[in-house]
Design a protein around this ligand. Structure first.
Ligand code: X2W
Length: 288
């Protein structure tokens, strides 16, 4: 006999829930879903393990998840340890030569491999790369004021297709290569995720963060927003601060062919599954 860990009622609920998910599972079979996992959404080991399980579950039911991560708080910790001062301008880190080396070490090394390991521990297959691998993300300097901050100008996403077609979940650190020899660029994680989703013509882009979503002038979270509403709310100053890179990313990805973008509250358990496989969401969905 199977060892029972659930009550009969809980087991019935689980079976019903799986049955209700069928139309969503059918809708997303074979789709490409880019998930941006922000440093602020990573939290402790338990949160990381839960995220990894959700990604492996997506893969198991036929979705092709592509993970793009951040790691801003982890970069801050290392810069502090090394006594390197750091500041942000319009949501982007001013990045000098010493800083870009730390950014690459932390993102491509520590954070990328921690996520790869968590996905492997959850029973999936993951390969961690950065925007340098196979020239995935070729950048130009975004703004002279920001130093080595990159703006993706050429995307070579075939390597991602090769990986997910082989059943492997790509995990991407937002570090780009330059046009000239030996250049390294620090790319905002949201920007990188949008560029990758756009180039893959992904069905969905999920930006996992630690806020409830996009709020209207009355302070209420808007569950559905159109690109026009985003433009208007930005012009009116209702969308401001750290939300701007996210909504800009959403608009760019939609223009390039992504069907919908969700700014998703990663503090909610199983946020990705809730968003994809139920009729509830946990954030703001942007689509035309
Ligand atoms: C970011 C890259 C990491 C990132 C940085 O240096 O912090 C720029 O600002 P989160 O956790 O998603 O914020 N790059 C240019 O985006 O991390």
């Amino acid at each position: 006999m199977k060892q029972q860990t659930l009550t009969m009622q809980d087991a019935l609920n689980t079976a019903k829930m799986l049955s209700e998910a069928l139309p969503y599972l059918q809708r997303y079979a074979d789709s490409v879903v880019v998930v941006k996992f922000g440093g602020n959404a990573m939290g402790d080991d338990a949160a990381m393990a839960e995220f990894a399980r959700d990604i492996v579950l997506m893969r198991q039911v036929g979705v092709n998840p592509v993970v793009v991560h951040g790691g801003g708080p982890m970069i801050n910790d290392m810069l502090t340890k090394l006594g390197i001062k750091s500041e942000f301008v319009r949501g982007k880190r001013v990045t000098d030569k010493a800083t870009v080396q730390v950014v690459e070490m932390i993102l491509s090394g520590l954070v990328n491999k921690r996520i790869v390991q968590a996905i492997m521990d959850a029973g999936g297959r993951a390969v961690g790369i950065s925007g340098k691998d196979d020239d995935l993300m070729v950048c130009e300097a975004d703004d002279p004021e920001l130093g080595f901050v990159g703006r993706p100008v050429e995307m070579n996403v075939q390597v991602l297709r090769d990986l997910y077609k082989a059943g492997i979940i790509p995990v991407i650190a937002p570090v780009g290569t330059g046009m000239a020899d030996n250049e390294t660029f620090n790319v905002n994680g949201d920007t990188a995720a949008g560029a990758i989703a756009g180039a893959l013509q992904a069905d969905r882009l999920l930006l996992l963060t630690d806020v409830a979503g996009v709020k209207n002038a009355a302070g209420e979270v808007m569950t559905q927003i159109t690109p026009d509403e985003i433009r208007q709310m930005t012009a009116e100053g209702v969308i401001s601060g750290g939300m701007i890179p996210k909504t800009e990313t959403a608009l760019m990805a939609i223009e390039q062919g992504t069907r919908a973008v969700t700014i998703l509250d990663g503090r909610i358990p199983n946020a990705c599954l809730l968003e994809l496989f139920t009729d509830h969401g946990a954030g703001s969905q942007i689509r035309s």
